[in-house]
Design a protein around this ligand. Structure first.
Ligand code: AMP
Ligand code: ZN
Length: 466
């Protein structure tokens, strides 16, 4: 597989440490609120990566953490404690907040056919491992104690700026603008490994440590969990682009200082999903969640298709108009496949299966090019070959695309059925234009009774068959 490595800033041939098993670590959610659909774009990318590796024949051992302690609203140890913010917002304990939003995260992921990683570890349950690493970092003089907290001294790290490509000067300028200076740090970008002198007096999650009662910094959690569960040599580490600095940069610094050797070979980062205002946010504007999309009549898998239509390294702007188009494409796709299923015949032609599988693998090898993978899918629908062969190929592609293309419980949507819906929608729009809202409502209800949910957007009326 050829893949873009953020560490080297190059496309590279992927070569795992061990041919039999690829180790993959993906940073998990901070469970203080629902995940927005931007966060979930990153998890869709990681899901496609894991399943693509399997498609190529690798066994994948994947681990993900659940960040339930230590993550500040600024990634540089400053600002508010995210978990505490959630607890105060909802008058609950941080443990209750963590449990609730962890469950919500996996429910949303499930709706998007994102598979649960084999190994999932809560950050708050791995304290011994962080203590073990921090002790060693202190012994080796990579870390220091100041005002009761333990910090990592970034001036001691080898190639600290390699992953981010940042220059120390930029950081100093940046520091003046957006980093609250902590006078106990030797360098403004040194980061906390263990906090005992917390500004959050009401912090619930605290543990005994050789340096006092306190809690770990966010970055040490991913290093600790990854090394403990995936070993000292990691093949691939992923996250969204915002994780490159400081989170992943700090993970590399502390892990390699602890291990005395290179830790992870391939660093893959997914670009952001933005909304019309720019950055997607949980506090400003419309908080875009999977449930919100569902409440507006969208199938979550139409959102998955929307993400797959663009490359993971390109920024993507979310709008309901573009989601509408993806939604209609999804419905048409399901409908076409349903027709193929209803007319399944013929002996599977292995030569065609192999040819299409090879094309699909080429798309994977091309830096996980999901839009090319979708082209392979459209091509097989058009191919002049019997339907059983088509179904065999679609089944294989769907192990990666995970769009539930062949699911049996899908409502039968044939041409006549679509014609009926479209005529009804037209009739309703006509009624609306004539301000005959009674008829328009009657038509909506008639469709609803048939489990056809319609939704008016600025451009057009879309529908979903449940
Ligand atoms: P968090 O729950 O804040 O720790 O973030 C979970 C994941 O979502 C991380 O891998 C982030 O890099 C990623 N992420 C955050 N914002 C976005 C966004 N707008 N688009 C895509 N991924 C994002
Ligand atoms: Zn992480």
């Amino acid at each position: 597989m050829r893949i873009y490595n953020t560490l080297t800033k190059k496309m590279e041939e992927f070569v795992p440490f061990n041919q039999k098993e690829v180790t993959l670590y993906t940073c998990g959610p901070t469970v203080y609120h629902y995940a927005h659909i931007g966060n979930l774009r990153t998890y869709i990318f990681e899901d496609v990566l894991e399943k693509s590796l399997e498609y190529l024949g690798y066994n994948v051992k994947r681990c993900m953490n659940i960040t339930d302690v230590g993550h500040m609203s600024s990634d540089a140890d400053t600002g508010e404690d995210k978990m505490l913010k959630g607890a105060l917002r909802e008058h609950k304990t941080v443990y209750e907040i963590a449990d609730f939003y962890t469950k919500a995260f996996f429910e949303d992921a499930d709706k998007l056919n994102i598979r649960k990683p084999k190994i999932i570890k809560k950050a708050s349950e791995q304290i011994d491992m962080y203590i073990k690493i921090i002790k060693k970092l202190l012994e080796k003089d990579y870390a220091y104690i100041s005002n009761g907290n333990v910090y990592f001294d970034i001036s001691k790290a080898k190639d600290y700026y390699q992953l981010s490509g940042k220059k120390p000067l930029e950081l100093i300028i940046g520091a003046r603008e957006d980093v609250e200076l902590d006078k106990y740090k030797r360098n403004p970008y040194d980061f906390g490994l263990w906090f005992t002198v917390s500004k959050f007096e009401n912090q619930d999650m605290r543990w005994d440590s050789p340096w006092g009662f306190g809690y770990p910094g966010w970055h040490i959690e991913c290093s600790g969990i990854s090394i403990k569960y995936l070993g000292e040599y990691l093949d691939i580490h992923c996250g969204g682009v915002d994780n490159i600095f400081p989170h992943h940069t700090n993970e590399i610094a502390q892990s390699e200082a602890y291990l005395d050797h290179k830790w992870c070979n391939y660093w893959l980062h997914g670009e952001h999903l933005n909304d019309a205002t720019g950055k997607m946010s949980k506090s400003k504007g419309e908080f875009l969640t999977v449930s919100l999309l569902e409440s507006k009549g969208y199938n979550p898998l139409a959102y998955r298709l929307f993400c797959l239509q663009s490359h993971y390294r390109n920024q993507l702007v979310f709008s309901y108009d573009t989601l509408d188009i993806a939604s209609n494409t999804y419905n048409k796709l399901i409908n076409k496949i349903k027709n193929i299923k209803d007319n399944a015949y013929g002996k599977i032609e292995n030569e065609v299966v192999d040819r299409f599988q090879n094309k699909f693998k080429e798309a994977i090898n091309n830096d996980l090019n999901t839009s090319l993978m979708l082209t392979c899918l459209y091509d097989i629908l058009k191919e002049n070959v019997n339907n059983n062969t088509k179904l065999e190929i679609i089944k294989k592609f769907d192990t990666v695309l995970s769009l539930s293309l062949l699911e049996d419980n899908k409502r039968i949507i044939d041409k006549d059925f679509i014609k009926y819906i479209e005529e009804k929608i037209e009739e309703r729009n006509l009624a609306k234009n004539n301000k005959d809202y009674e008829t328009a409502d009657k038509i909506r209800k008639e469709l609803e009774e048939k489990n056809i949910i319609i939704k008016d957007t600025k451009e057009r009326t879309i529908y979903e068959v449940r």
